[in-house]
Design a binder for this molecule. Structure first.
Ligand SMILES: [Zn+2]
Length: 414
């Protein structure tokens, strides 16, 4: 942890106090990878003809991978192109077999959600997955609700099938929603999807800027990918969008829905489990010792375990982390440090103590507080048996941030 993070936290709190309508903004930014400010997913529905040709061609040129929500019958009309799109790394997802929507749409009256049963919905969803697997060799893990509608039945017997999507899929996406996904809060089975059809880049940009300011996950949804037409994401918009989203200066993580959903789930699990439980480190089958922050004991006035990073943060020279380690064999071990630090605060001196000679060094740069790096910091000769190992600041450490420490690994020389 570091001071600038604390400062931005208090600025947010101050903002809340001054502006009550600013309300439920996140207390701390969601920990996107590599210091990114937001996540962005592009998605396209119905397996439209222009998707695996004009669409993927443009996206591939920018190295951007999107999510395509498929209806198997439409995939069959264009199978070779869809196979190519799959191989190039785009996510192939489920958009049902018959695309059922409210019977209020006359075209959907013979397959109206109002007349569905839960069993029928389950069978069709599984059938869709099976057919996509047969056609393209991948099993979808993400679903998009046709017409964004999440219910079956009508009136007194109407019910939501979000629980079914939650059971069968990693994530479900809506349509024509009005706000990006709050990664710390959102229901994975009911993610918002915001329209990008028939819009210019200049119209989309404010959505991105707002999502970026709030650390959100913007999921854009479209249909055809072409120069003009109804229900069409314009190639000109997509070109500028892809260029903007892949510019490192803009801090955007752009990836398919499934990739980001998995990451979000992982981070949430870490944040909800206060997973720092000090315990004796025993060797892995290959003899290596993993001194993770999770299993270390932090002591000192300000040391803090940060579950979202599974790491300890340093503030003062009196802070330290210790591990009880059961060394299996006497020998020489190479010590690796897994840490992060901003370039401005790198360079502070540390000490790693074992029953051998201590290793002293200076914290090397990693690029940012959010970018972790693993590097050998030295070798140490250890006796076998139970012992205490301590990582701490050198006594003349100046006040400030030192590092975020995720893990120290000891690997025996052969
Ligand atoms: Zn659709």
């Amino acid at each position: 942890m570091q001071f600038n993070r604390l400062i931005s936290f208090s600025v947010i709190l101050l903002g809340l106090a001054l502006d009550p309508f600013n309300g439920y903004s996140q207390e701390q930014p969601f920990p996107w990878p590599e210091g990114k400010k937001m996540a962005l997913s592009l998605s396209f529905d119905d397996a439209r003809v222009t998707n695996p040709t004009l669409g993927t061609e443009l996206l591939d040129r920018h190295g951007v991978k999107a999510t395509f929500f498929l209806v198997p019958s439409a995939v069959r009309k264009n199978l070779e192109s869809w196979k190519k799109a799959t191989v190039s790394g785009h996510e192939m997802a489920n958009h049902s077999i018959y695309h059922p929507c409210s019977g209020n749409f006359v075209w959907s009256r013979d397959k109206a959600l109002d007349n569905y049963t839960m069993d029928q919905m389950r069978q069709e969803l599984l059938q869709t997955n099976k057919e996509i697997q047969e056609l393209l060799g991948v099993t979808p893990t993400v679903y998009a609700y046709p017409c964004g509608q999440t219910y079956i039945g009508r009136g007194e017997t109407a019910q939501s099938f979000i629980p079914l999507i939650s059971e069968l899929f990693l994530a479900g996406r809506g349509w024509l929603d009005e706000a990006p996904v709050d990664p710390a809060y959102a229901d994975m089975a009911h993610l918002t999807g915001m329209k990008m059809d028939n819009m210019s880049f200049e119209e989309i940009l404010p959505l991105i800027q707002s999502a970026s300011a709030n650390g959100q996950w913007l999921v854009l949804a479209g249909h055809e990918t072409n120069n003009s037409g109804n229900q069409t994401t314009y190639l000109s918009m997509l070109d500028k969008l892809a260029q903007y989203a892949t510019d490192p200066a803009n801090g955007i993580w752009i990836a398919p829905i499934g990739t980001i959903a998995e990451y979000v789930n992982e981070k949430r699990a870490l944040m909800s489990a206060n997973s720092n439980i000090p315990q004796t480190i025993v060797a892995s089958p290959d003899g290596g010792l993993s001194l993770s922050a999770e299993k270390g004991k932090g002591s000192g006035p300000k040391i803090q375990y940060m579950p979202e990073w599974a790491a300890f943060g340093w503030f003062t020279a009196a802070d330290q982390v210790s591990w009880e380690v059961d060394v299996p064999k006497k020998g020489i071990y190479t010590v690796y440090l897994d840490w992060s630090v901003s370039d401005e605060e790198a360079g502070h001196p540390y000490v790693f103590e074992t029953n051998g000679k201590p290793i002293k060094g200076k914290i090397g740069k990693t690029g940012s507080w959010e970018t972790f790096k693993r590097q050998a910091i030295g070798k140490v000769k250890l006796d076998a048996g139970l012992q205490k190992m301590i990582f701490k600041a050198d006594p003349n450490f100046p006040i400030g941030g030192m590092l975020d420490l995720r893990e120290i690994t000891l690997v025996m020389e052969r």
